[in-house]
Design a protein around this ligand. Sequence first.
Ligand code: PMV
Length: 314
Amino acid sequence: METTATAPGKIILFGEHAVVYGRPAIAAPVSGLRATAVVAPGDTPGVLLRTPDLGHDRLLAAADDEDPIAAVVRAVQRAAALPALPDLCVTVRSAIPIASGLGSGAAITAALIRALAAHLGLPALQETAALSDLTYEVEKLHHGTPSGIDNTVVAYEQPVYFMRRQPRNLIETFAIGRPLTLLIADTGVRSSTKAVVGDVRRQWAAEPDTFEPIFDGCGGIAAAARTAIEQGELPPLGRLMNENHRLLQRMTVSSAELDEFVAAAQAAGALGAKLSGAGRGGNMIALVTAERETAVRAALQEAGAVRVMKTVVE
Ligand code: PMV
């Protein structure tokens, strides 16, 4: 019997980067974009890893430390203290564009942990908090110092208000007063979260008096945005997105394409727009009303978006 599990992509609505420095942020799942993992009994010895969209099949025993799928299987084996794994065939696919701020890495990891935990009968790892924690452990291997927001939203599959804290992060779900219709526009430019986060860290270390107030500004915006979302006040929420984008520009994580898309969406009547995720490429998001949705989509395509997706946060 094979076991299938999935996990969604995500967008950061408010507070990327500042969240690494302990300020609150808001993220939401993109349920229409998913990673899928299938675990089946193996018909050859060992654990066969298959990623048909990305490349060759390989055996776990031969996979190096950089192999992201092997890293997940090893993390599950370690977490469950399994001395050995049965012969397995593990297949992972994802509809989430990689390196574009949509959380493809966290989604692939979470889907595979879910599938392995179900297949191997490990109920503790199927609980949301444990799934999120183990996804975080794997994200750390690839990203250095992730805030934890990606694994949280992907594992909880609900909009979350998140703050990085010791000993436990603050994770709150909250009411959505009115559905948020968002267009997600892809610049087509791939960007390394690790590189951008590292560059922000270097700038912050060199100029803390400049960066601390920017991070404070983002945190204040995220807190105000939560209230606006709860109360269903969409025009103020849109203005908060515009403001957050300006602060991200000051962190130097925007790009010519992202700025152009944001301006195009605003000019076409979006309530607000900002980059989403690490920046310097990847995706931007625009909050739209039903009346302006078509015009904003057309403006983003005209501005060069390689694709425009719609998601509703509710
Ligand atoms: O992986 P991305 O592109 O969604 O970026 C993650 C958000 C950051 O705040 C930039 C990093 C983090 O770990 O929170």
